[in-house]
Design a protein around this ligand. Structure first.
Ligand code: GLU
Length: 275
């Protein structure tokens, strides 16, 4: 554990904590001299207070301790709004729905569309629209080409486990595209909220699953644009089921709760995730 390292675990209360989350939380707690918790509840349709309560109980049962107060993203809307305002010159309102994007990409068949960590690579139909034209049900996208120009750089990168990872402007444009900073009806997006909050909480080491590795390039771009420090990263292995699939919230059989009900002890959970 490095001296002043600040880590966090940031679950979304859209289901019960399962083995994959337990592993992620323990990795974060062990890596930090200070360990923080953040509830990522910006998706009001999918988040439930009873899941939040269950997650906190399961984390305590596992023996984890975190600092108070717990940050809740639903309390942080003004901070996200402020960040969006600061990026206004580099963003545009987008009215395209999924079907419009498919049509604009003239996809030959269903499912064959290029996608990245933020979903379909946006073909740019609304690029050039002015923020003053934004309608309440538009999403807000970052104009990535202009963002790189504003930074006067051709590449961005981060450190993971002591190794440098770099993405060029051209790769970002082709593999990720104009990311969404504010989703319909949400006022922010996962990417924007996570960046604003990691900085506000003073997180110096972001630990999370490898499934989010490509998203980290989005986060670093936003950190650079918002003049926020770029933390170190550690993308850990994923816990998989017997068929080798990554665990998902719907896998209730793998919920910590289900193991507890069957009489498992915290040590058993640690063993199950290979710790
Ligand atoms: N809230 C995200 C999740 O539950 C994790 C975000 C992160 O660690 O950056 O998958």
């Amino acid at each position: 554990m490095a001296g002043g390292t600040v880590t966090r675990f940031a679950p979304s209360p859209t289901g019960l904590l399962h083995l994959g989350h337990a592993f992620s939380a323990i990795v974060a707690a062990r890596a930090g001299a200070r360990f923080l918790l953040r509830i990522e509840d910006i998706d009001r349709d999918r988040c439930r207070p009873e899941y939040e309560a269950a997650i906190l109980q399961d984390l305590s049962w596992l023996g984890l301790e975190w600092e108070s107060p717990v940050l809740r993203q639903s309390d942080r809307m003004p901070a996200y709004m402020d960040a969006l305002t600061r990026l206004a010159d580099l963003t545009y309102p987008c009215r395209c729905r999924r079907g419009d994007i498919r049509a604009a990409m003239s996809a030959p068949q269903e499912g064959a569309l290029p996608a990245g960590p933020d979903g379909l690579i946006y073909p740019g139909t609304c690029r050039g629209r002015d923020m003053r034209e934004a309608a309440p049900d538009d999403v807000i996208r970052l104009d990535v080409a202009r963002a790189f120009d504003a930074l006067a750089t051709g590449r961005i990168g981060f450190r993971d486990g002591g190794q440098d990872h770099v993405m060029t402007r051209a790769q970002f444009l082709s593999d990720i595209g104009d990311v969404i900073l504010s989703r319909r009806g949400m006022g922010t997006s996962y990417h924007l909220a996570v960046v604003v909050d990691d900085a506000a909480q003073g997180v110096t080491l972001v630990t999370r699953g490898r499934d989010l590795f490509d998203s980290t390039f989005i986060h670093v771009l936003l950190q650079r644009l918002l003049d926020l420090p770029v933390p170190d990263y550690l993308h850990h292995r994923l816990i998989r089921d017997h068929e080798g699939r990554r665990l998902a919230k719907r896998d209730d059989a793998r919920a910590i709760r289900a193991f507890r009900d069957q009489g498992a002890e915290p040590q058993d959970i640690l063993r199950m995730v290979g710790l």
